[in-house]
Design a protein around this ligand. Structure first.
Ligand code: URP
Ligand code: ZN
Length: 454
């Protein structure tokens, strides 16, 4: 048995000082004091927060995104996740056009099985709608995939509104959740053409082509479609105040099953980053992700929404590409810069630092563990420290001080958007299924990650 002793435990009943025991992949006891036996391992957690293992429910590992392969594989990505405190990811398996969901799921298992340090589940992204899609979705549900994704932007991925409605009806029938990328694809396509025609070809053209209104329009449309279908939806990577207002309007109408996810980058960085030059004048490409970084007023509005409890989960949308050799192929045409950025390793530290004194351990655990566990069908097995739950635990030291840097990160990518940030707090010990996977930001070499059927 492993006993984590004398920590500040985040339990379903609230914060309490005590010990927690792990055995056989499960939490077996939570108590004020657990007497160790002669063969038990005791780890002292004095001064630390003991959190249910953190869950990142939005990642893209080892996948082709239409322009390039992501830099992180399941091996490197889940190792980096665990080093930062994340014990479970839910990755987007994607059934590209011409590929069935069964084929995509089998392929994602081939990529992930046996390679992962953190646990992994899959959403299924649907890029093409047909008569047999509901049947394929039912088979996904039986295989432990209880959430799906569709896009309202990206020409090679997006469904029409009619197809989205059909998909939402299937989601309702399966009691699943549909995650949706909310940007108006027609508007983005048109504005990309217009911005390039004005001679704006660098990374600063990216946010100009994807205005807040394009997000808000899509969020609003999605929520009306979900209301017609009576389906649960998760608005992924919400980035704007206007989009937030659309969510508030739906909730004010009494619509149930409206979940909101945002990401650390939309809570800490703004669109002035696109002007960053770096060594070769192209450093702004690091921040080319969709949706783009927004105005400081959007950052403020989203931060307030997080503090007000309007956001259900914080995920990363980790989708890493190297600046040199991948993103820089878009020099001279920002629409050719692969979209996405890294974050899987640093989400807990960025959140704890950016919200220091405003979000305590209970709130951080709600946003990064309990919230995603509930939305994505993992509760009560994950997302809580209680006997019977999986032994996924993050012992967080809020006193640690360190500097986030690409030079020391585990993520297999040549930059981090948070370079130079002095982090307040660090994952001291990270257990995945009761196995120590990382200590003080370094991997132990164990690969205990298993598939999470939801
Ligand atoms: O730019 C991003 N976020 N790329 C990943 C795909 C997506 O939109 O989620
Ligand atoms: Zn994404």
């Amino acid at each position: 048995m492993i006993i984590i002793a004398n920590g500040a435990l985040v339990t379903p009943e609230g914060l309490r000082r005590g010990d927690i025991a792990l055995d056989g992949g499960r939490i077996v006891e939570v108590a004020a004091r657990i007497e160790p036996g002669p063969s038990d391992t005791v780890e002292d957690a004095t001064g630390c927060w003991v959190l249910p293992g953190l869950i990142d429910a939005h990642t893209h590992l080892q996948c082709w995104t239409g322009m390039d392969w992501t830099a992180d594989s399941f091996e490197t990505g889940t190792r980096a996740a665990a080093c930062g405190g994340t014990t479970t990811i839910v990755d987007y398996a994607t059934a590209d056009r011409g590929v069935t969901m069964d084929e995509a799921l089998a392929e994602w298992h081939r990529r992930a099985d046996g390679a992962c340090t953190a646990n992994y589940g899959f959403h299924m992204a649907i890029a093409e709608w047909g008569d047999d899609s509901p049947g394929q979705m039912r088979r996904m549900r039986e295989a432990g995939v209880s959430s799906f994704k569709t896009y309202l932007a990206y020409d090679h991925l997006r469904l029409t509104d009619a197809e989205t409605l059909r998909c939402l009806e299937a989601v309702r029938e399966l009691d699943a959740v549909l995650c949706v990328h909310c940007e108006n694809g027609d508007v983005v396509d048109e504005l990309q053409r217009a911005v390039l025609a004005r001679g704006i070809t660098g990374p600063e053209g990216h946010p100009l082509s994807r205005p807040a209104e394009a997000e808000a329009d899509a969020v609003s449309r999605l929520l009306y479609l979900a209301s017609i279908a009576g389906a649960r939806v998760n608005v992924v990577h919400l980035s704007t105040e206007l989009g937030l207002e659309a969510v508030r309007a739906a909730r004010a109408r009494g619509q149930r099953g409206v979940f909101v996810e945002t990401c650390p980058q939309y809570l800490t960085l703004d669109d002035t980053r696109y002007l960053e030059e770096g060594d070769d004048g192209f450093a702004g490409a690091k921040y080319v992700m969709s949706p783009p970084l927004r105005k400081p007023s959007d950052v403020r509005a989203l931060r307030a929404a997080v503090l007000a409890g309007e956001v259900d989960s914080i995920a990363t949308d980790h989708c890493s590409f190297n600046l040199h050799g991948q993103k820089d192929r878009g020099r001279g045409d920002f629409t050719r810069i692969p979209n996405g950025g890294p974050g899987i390793e640093h989400r807990p530290a960025v959140m704890a630092t950016a919200f220091e004194g405003r979000l305590g351990p209970v709130e951080l655990a709600r946003l990064m563990s309990e919230g995603p566990a509930r939305v994505f069908g993992m509760w009560p097995r994950k997302g809580r420290l209680a006997p019977g739950a999986d032994a996924d635990v993050c012992v967080w030291d809020p006193r640690a001080r360190w500097t986030i840097s690409a030079a020391t990160q585990q993520q297999a990518v040549d930059y981090t958007p948070y370079e130079g940030m002095e982090a307040h707090g660090r994952a001291h010990l990270v257990y995945v299924g009761g196995v120590l996977a990382a200590r003080d930001g370094a991997p132990t070499g164990a690969r205990p990650g298993t598939y999470v059927s939801r």
